[in-house]
Design a protein around this ligand. Sequence first.
Ligand code: PHB
Length: 391
Amino acid sequence: MNKLILAASAASMLLGGAAVAETVKVGVVGPFSGPFALQGRNFQAGIEAYMALHGDTVGDDTVEIIYRDVPTPDPAQSAALSRELVVSEGVQYLAGYYFTPDAMAAAPLLEQANVPMVIFNAATSSIVTESPYIVRTSFTLWQTTAPMARVAHDMGFESAITVVSDYGPGLDAEAAFTATFEEEGGDVVDSIRMPISTNDFSPIMQRVKDSGAQVLFAFLPSGPPTLGFVKAYNDNGLEAAGVTMLATGDLTQESDLPVLGEAALGLRTTFHYSVAHESPENEEFVAAASEALGDPALLSFPAVGAFDGMHVIYKMIEATGGEQDAAAAVDAVRGLAWESPRGPVEIDAETRHITQNIYLREVAQAEDGTYYNKEIQTFEMMGDPGLAVTE
Ligand code: PHB
């Protein structure tokens, strides 16, 4: 507390003990520069949209956001910056975290520091088991992939090959697709894991062709690599060779669609959020987040993870009256349900992960020529099937 607040507090006590106005700081870690900067900009747009619609105060407390940049997956840098936010800046909440390794690396801090972490993106199932103070408002690869394996079976496909980035969410995607597709009677003929830094996908596309699989199931983290991967699928003639690509929505984030153009048309993906989701809540969100970004074509899913993450943080601040009490803050949002721009959602009381609809979407072209993810089927209120496996 600074002197001014102390003086104000003394005055308010004299005036009858009214609550003291304070600032509650929220530290947000994400990629704000470098190749994944657009994902970080979407975190910021989601935060700014939430604060534009709901104000920057909760009760008597003013919410202040402090950003820290981790451009690419870097656990050491994430741990150091998260610690600095807690120790030097005095943040009461940690939030953001685009990449799994960055969230994992900061998790050991939370209990020591009495700080909750609200994850806006990182999507490996096991992250929430790393600390009782983690709540997640994004999705997991198990959540988005299991429905896609069912879709592959329903489309009549019998054989598939998985191609994933070789780290947490990719391994979850591979496991989820394989387990679910084989449960449905399908056969996964091969599983390819690529270093996260891979950017020449032609040799992989050749292996996919040679495998004879009918379906290529793919996961890569959204950003520059996904653009290259979808292009390589097209340039290497896989469709003509009879290989259908099915993927999670990470491969068709809306900000990629103008660049991919026709190459993405008809591509089917499963995901928790489409910018084209039709609801009054989404309309309001898209308008506010587009304004924050300055260009509606740049909007994609990290913004909705951040927007809903801010909703959770505001509820935590409200429940604790702005006091630093991580256990009480987390308990206050167990079972919290609301209408998100993505559809109905609920924080599972036990896992602290978000329960939500997963949508099958197809890249379609609107009358004005723009491309969008058209929702064509809904898998209602899915929890995280991955937690049963990892716990
Ligand atoms: C992750 O590292 O957990 C991650 C990053 C980007 C995605 C999905 C998962 O699109």
